[in-house]
Design a protein around this ligand. Structure first.
Ligand code: ATP
Ligand code: MG
Length: 426
């Protein structure tokens, strides 16, 4: 015998006992997005590898070591999406969305990165992404931040803090990059192996190092703020003013560079210290150059992605277990099965908000009663030969001491509604 096949490490099953918490969270996220007028877009999980290489950037962690790529039978290299922005931009371009004016879009679903699995870091994880296209001012940056802040409030989360920074224009970033290379090259002996590798390929990422031994070196490195071009500096000042006016607290973190190559001007992260090392719940920024880079008209863009597993970890939502069934329908004897199925359908027609479980799989009355009890249903409906003959149903209360009742088939929906209303007064 071979060993039983297991899921791939870092790719979790979400079982029925957890999905109600997911649904609750997804519903909260969706309703906040709707409040701000964002519309959902869905695009494939699989895309051409080039899409990610050309948007996220060859030197990023994602492209250099985290992508699940394979060669299709026709020789194309395809990749399971590691994030959603690239696919969203591709879809928008392909369907001419950006020519049609401002787009406020969101998407949700699984993303794939081959990282070392640990708490809050999976190989298949879920993001909700929010992107706004066609707006270049700091007002839309502020809107996205307010949206996040409203979501934390809706979920009752208090200990998530906002960090912001500006990476400037592509040009000013290049000047800054050179300054960093010069600085770190002068201190090459103090760099760890990772950072030495980043020195030529992606020096900004050195600032992102979590190695405590390098912190003082990083602290003394030149800061991007000294290199900001006037337009980016003004954008950043206005953003901070807008946030202050809106009462959103933030911290400027001049070391915040973000992992992806495509950002410019505003970058931000929502961070908590309740999740250990994986403390970033939500992260985003501006990527004004990407649409044009893929052959579209110049289209400013800004967005963020929310890590749903991390959010779920924070938002303990007790009391959102799946609702128990209202009715468990028991039947026995010749002809009762067909009739029970018909009656269950009639109840569902007449009372769509009731949750009705029709017993399937046969068995004695006694065993069916046991299942009814275990299901958590409030009432058992019983159709045995006796009832079938009289065209009635017996109703047994499973949770309260109340005498069993017998009602005609035609009166059933109304009687059920009455009983259940009494049980759960509004
Ligand atoms: P990190 O520095 O934690 O690797 P990142 O910069 O790679 O994050 P983004 O690409 O900005 O992350 O993704 C946005 C959000 O998605 C993160 O803030 C996080 O909440 C979530 N996320 C990213 N990678 C993972 C993962 N492997 N498992 C679970 N959630 C993730
Ligand atoms: Mg990462």
């Amino acid at each position: 015998m071979t060993d039983r096949i297991q899921a791939i490490r870092g790719m979790n099953d979400i079982l029925a006992e957890q999905t109600s918490r997911w649904q609750y969270l997804e519903m909260q996220v969706r309703s906040v997005l709707e409040q701000y007028g964002y519309q959902e877009i869905r695009f494939p999980i699989l895309e051409k590898t080039d899409l990610f290489v050309h948007s996220i950037g060859e030197t990023s962690d994602i492209v250099s070591k985290e992508m699940y790529s394979f060669t299709d039978r026709n020789g194309d290299s395809l990749t399971l999406r590691p994030e959603g922005t690239a696919g969203c931009v591709r879809a928008g371009l392909q369907h001419g969305l950006f020519k049609a004016g401002v787009q406020r879009l969101w998407y949700a679903g699984p993303m794939f990165r081959r990282e070392r699995p640990q708490k809050g870091r999976l190989r298949q994880f879920h993001q909700t992404g929010v992107e706004a296209f066609g707006l270049n001012g700091p007002d839309i940056d502020a809107e996205l931040i307010l949206l996040g802040s409203r979501l934390w409030r809706a979920l009752g989360l208090q200990d998530i803090t906002l960090q912001i920074n500006s990476l400037g224009s592509m040009d000013s970033r290049l000047v800054y990059r050179n300054a960093l290379v010069e600085y770190f090259s002068d201190h090459k002996d103090l760099l760890d192996e990772d950072s030495r590798m980043r020195l030529d390929r992606n020096p900004l990422r050195i600032l992102d190092s979590k190695n405590p031994a390098m912190q003082s070196l990083i602290d003394q490195a030149p800061a991007m703020s000294q290199y900001l071009d006037p337009e980016s500096a003004e954008h950043f000042t206005t953003l901070r003013d807008l946030l202050r006016e809106a009462g959103v607290e933030f911290m400027v973190n001049s070391r915040l560079v973000r992992g992806l190559d495509y950002y410019c001007k505003t970058v931000f992260e929502w961070v908590t210290d309740r999740l250990g090392a994986q403390g970033t719940v939500c992260a985003g920024g501006r990527y004004d150059g990407m649409v044009e880079h893929f052959g579209g008209e110049p289209t400013p863009a800004v967005g963020f992605a929310l890590g749903m597993e991390r959010l779920l970890e924070l938002a303990d939502s007790p009391g959102h277990e799946g609702r128990q069934p209202d009715l468990y329908f028991i039947h026995a004897g010749k002809g009762s099965e067909t009739q029970a199925m018909k009656l269950a359908e009639q109840i569902r027609d007449a009372k769509p908000d009731l949750k009705v479980i029709l017993h399937c799989g046969g068995g004695s009355m006694k065993s069916q009663f046991k299942k009814a009890d275990r299901s958590g249903a409030a009432l058992a409906l019983i159709l045995a030969e006796n009832e079938l003959e009289k065209r009635t149903i017996s109703i047994k209360h499973l949770r309260v001491e109340t005498a069993q009742q017998e009602v005609s088939w035609s009166a059933l929906p109304a009687v059920l509604a009455e009983i259940l209303d009494q049980n759960n007064p509004a």
